[in-house]
Design a protein around this ligand. Sequence first.
Ligand code: ATP
Ligand code: MG
Length: 412
Amino acid sequence: MNLKTYLPGDTSSAGQPITLGVMGGGQLGRMFVQAAQAMGYTTAVLDPDPASPAGLISHHHIKTPYADEAGLAQLAQRCDAITTEFENVPAPALLALAAQRTVAPSAACVAVAQDRVKEKAHFTDCAAISGVSPAPHAVITTDAMLAAVPADLLPGILKTARMGYDGKGQARVTTREELAAAWDAMDKVPCVLEKMLRLRAECSVIVARGADGATVSFPVQKNTHHDGILALTEVFEGALDPALAQRAQASTVAIADHLRYVGVLCVEYFVVESATGALDLVVNEMAPRPHNSGHYTQNACDISQFEAQVRALAGLPLPAPRQHSPAIMVNLLGDLWFEPNAVRTQRTERATSPPWAQVLALPGTHLHLYGKLNARPGRKMGHLNITASTVAHVRETTAKVLALLGLPAMGA
Ligand code: ATP
Ligand code: MG
């Protein structure tokens, strides 16, 4: 990776303003575009959806499929440096762009993150340095491998090697019969069977690594999922055991270093109880981009994960981020648009806006909506970052927000 620097406000050799591009126009692309534009960059987005959240606000929006040669050529022509906002971007597309422009993270790094088999192998390789291993697991690509699965991996979770997100492409299985049926139902695509662990907590770490190898870490986030989707992230002293948090940070830096990663990387961890009753860490998966669990950085840190992504891509300095406020992030799913305060199963068909005026009347609430035109249950529409000067206050405000939105109370 070269050490090229693209200063905001400069012009490129072709005489056009320095332009940063992103593959994918979802909410993560939108927040990258917002951070880049705030710093004075021109932006370009490639996403086939004419109403994509990032496409709607970018200077340029190329509306072709991700593997479309003409679209990729146009993106390369427009941009000086290009990143991605999702891991399922076709690797050949990133390679084609990298032949002409700075691309970070690299196609090779994205390829590891988009395949659970490669990802787990990478984590296992890193375990000697990082001290954190993945869950016990077996790769299943043939009937013979299915038959050879060790009994102690059951009960387990069968996960497709590719294209899974928000708990999709997963089946919980208890017996060999259920396992075989689940793999059949997945059309026998390559899978990983993971032992079902008793999770005490979940956490994640975001790091940003520059082309010079310098790496900075954001604080460790404690995450709560509902139905396989992130619901809440808490980041403040006392949310997690400090020794575990330190190990998670060190492990994430090792995982990024070992890949010679450039850009923002998020690694998710499980906190489990070991045989001796002590708490231990297990590494789950990684995302080669900013992550939903890092959204609190927008309002609680002096540099957000999106600004870090811009800086890493543009070759700008990456000072260590500082969290200045305790924070809680609440995800806003489309369910909230269907009858405020209704429990999910009783929602009405008519979409209405959640009670924003009441929510925003509470001090320290920061609303981020992604500009998605249609609310659908389970669809990520936005998030709320809640900050305060003390942990007690941030928890108190969050409790009020959750009640206003009709969401389950924390710890419920
Ligand atoms: P993401 O939206 O984060 O990409 P994903 O669909 O890729 O999610 P995972 O993160 O692997 O899937 O799993 C989703 C959730 O399911 C985890 O956050 C965790 O709550 C639970 N889970 C996954 N694997 C295990 C396991 N081995 N043992 C217990 N719970 C698990
Ligand atoms: Mg996950």
